[in-house]
Design a protein around this ligand. Structure first.
Ligand SMILES: [Zn+2]
Length: 582
């Protein structure tokens, strides 16, 4: 009896341990408690591409990110702050009150770029910026990139009291790029684009004390699927991916338009292609709306600038037949008039984008295809554009444009991210580019990008492929992905089903049943999209405010493993206690 009692006690303890560990893991990964304040020194009061670039990185860890210009920081800004970031984009004298507030903060501080010597005297800095060419960058895990150019502010000397998280080596000299001293971190550059972005993305896991698994995510997108594609060719690719059990994205342009010949093809005009697309939707393919016609004005489909006026490098503020350069403030009598003008232009842009999205979704709905993500043609879109799109889609695919002044200021985050400027949309980045037609170096370049992305413990290795190139080159691309030791293919439908249980349910065909599985009839009726988004956001908030979708998935899986472990123990111990009693 005593033995049974002890066994039951042991069983109870054994059962509780996994639960305790599990809840601790949960706590460690709960990022909704992270509140980041970014104090930035910049010529402008408002945030610009430099802040958005930083936000892409921080938003992998939290959606609670506030930006304050160095001259506008108040004590109340710090009240909820758990993590403080100072971004010195320019050389300036930080207002003394701001210095005091920053120095009064006792949590983790990350300083970037200029002016750090004003915050603390223990960082020994040589003020000259140096530019290192063909250098080697490496981190504490000994992951490295060679032949890279880096601009940095070198430390005069390394200090025993500080740990170098990322270093740059050139000839026989070593320069710290990112260092840690107690809970203070310093990144010695203002340039947060690649290659720095990869090392920063990984090192931020130390800054936020978040232990994400070292597993690279992989994402494959079939690009520019339009109504003139040949269904049979696409089927070969769909079958290959299904047999490999690889989930993928299908980026669709529902209408093919050639304004010169007045030629217009709709998806519904190509029933063979529609059959293949429906097969894809039921066998691993998640659909992405890639514009309505992938063209603007008098350009043919494929021109790729449907939501950006490339000619004037500005948002679409005018009808195609009246394109003109946007006016500046000096063209107006006062700033009120100018503001009114800009508001009108934005309103035009908003209506234009809305109409195109609604038409695109209606075309797809007509053939029972349901896009759950958006990808702007050529990734070109204004900040206002992102706000509009977020009313229709929970996921954004590709790179993001960081400036309304120049579409070429565009990049991706190396990880899944929820920046505020995407207004609730989760960014699944494109990081490794694509196989170019007749470009033998393509694969080598992709390989290089995969190496870069793998620097980040949970970087997303994500590339795209034009199906008109045929199946063979796709197999080469997939095998490049598969060379990575730890990869996990992202299934966007699965993430969607988990995040939005009350919306459309995607079901996959079983191996024996290759017919399309029934959908529950719920659609993205464009007239209901606003309310769909609201419920979407509510569900998201309920589930876990600021965990990324990837984190949510991983947590679910871990919980399942612990549950199985617990059940296993019960079975073993019950059996053991039965034997003892006997
Ligand atoms: Zn991570």
């Amino acid at each position: 009896m005593n033995l049974i009692h002890r066994l039951i006690t042991v069983m109870f303890i054994c059962m509780s341990v996994p639960l305790l560990v599990s809840s601790n893991t949960l706590q460690a990964k709960q990022t909704d408690s992270i509140h980041v304040l970014v104090v930035f020194s910049s010529n402008e009061d408002q945030i610009d591409e430099y802040q958005r670039l930083l936000e892409l990185q921080l938003a992998h860890f939290s959606e609670n990110i506030t930006f304050r210009h160095s001259s506008h920081v108040t004590k109340s800004d710090l009240s909820k702050t758990t993590h403080l970031v100072y971004q010195g984009t320019i050389d300036e004298e930080i207002p003394s009150n701001t210095v005091k507030l920053i120095n009064s903060f006792t949590g983790p501080l990350l300083a970037i770029g200029h002016n750090i010597e004003q915050l603390s005297s223990y960082w020994k800095i040589d003020r000259d910026t140096i530019y290192l060419e063909e250098a080697t960058i490496s981190n504490v895990d000994d992951k490295q990139l060679t032949n890279r150019n880096v601009e940095l502010f070198p430390f005069i000397k390394e200090d025993k009291k500080q740990q170098t998280l990322v270093k740059v080596k050139k000839n026989n000299n070593t320069y710290p790029l990112m260092v840690k001293r107690n809970n203070h971190f310093y990144l010695a550059t203002t340039n947060l684009f690649s290659p720095v972005s990869h090392f920063l993305a990984d090192a931020l896991h130390f800054y936020f004390s978040v232990e994400h698994d070292h597993v690279n995510k992989a994402m494959l997108r079939l690009e520019d699927i339009h109504p003139k594609l040949i269904g049979e060719d696409l089927m070969e690719i769909a079958t290959y991916l299904k047999n490999k059990d690889i989930p993928y994205l299908v980026s669709v342009i529902p209408v093919y338009k050639n304004p010169k010949t007045k030629e217009e093809f709709h998806l519904s005009d190509n029933s063979k292609l529609v059959d293949v697309l429906q097969f894809m939707q039921n066998n691993g393919g998640s659909f992405v709306l890639h514009g309505y016609t992938d063209q603007y004005g008098n350009n043919p489909t494929g021109d790729g600038f449907e939501f950006w006026d490339k000619q004037h490098n500005q948002p679409i503020y005018f009808p195609p037949n009246q394109l003109e350069i946007i006016k500046s403030e000096k063209d107006f009598a006062d700033s009120t008039e100018y503001k009114k003008y800009l508001e009108d232009k934005k309103k035009f842009e908003t209506e234009y984008i809305k109409e195109r999205i609604k038409k695109g979704m209606a075309e797809l709905e007509k053939v029972q295809l349901y896009p759950i993500a958006f990808e702007a043609p050529h990734y070109a879109m204004s900040q206002n554009g992102y706000q509009v799109i977020s009313d229709y889609f929970p996921f954004y695919i590709g790179q993001v444009q960081l400036s309304d002044q120049d579409w070429r200021v565009m990049t991706e985050s190396p990880t899944i991210s929820n920046p505020n400027f995407l207004n609730g949309m989760t960014l699944f980045p494109e990081t490794v580019r694509y196989i170019e037609y007749n470009e033998p170096n393509s694969l080598a370049q992709i390989r290089e990008h995969i190496t870069e992305t793998s620097i980040v413990r949970d970087g997303v290795i994500s590339g795209f492929y034009h199906p008109f190139l045929g199946k063979d080159q796709l197999t080469e691309l997939v095998s490049e992905f598969e060379k990575q030791s730890h990869i996990e293919w992202i299934d966007l439908q699965e993430i969607y089903n988990d995040a939005f249980p009350n919306k459309i349910k995607f079901q996959q065909s079983s191996d024996n049943d290759k017919k399309k599985a029934p959908l529950n009839g719920d659609t993205f009726d464009s007239s209901q999209s606003k309310s769909a988004l609201q419920s979407t956001n509510e569900v998201l908030e309920e589930q876990s405010v600021s965990l990324t979708f990837g984190d949510q998935l991983r947590l679910l899986k871990e919980e399942l493993y612990w549950a199985l472990f617990g059940i296993g123990l019960i079975v073993i111990l019950t059996f053991a206690s039965y034997r003892v009693r006997k």
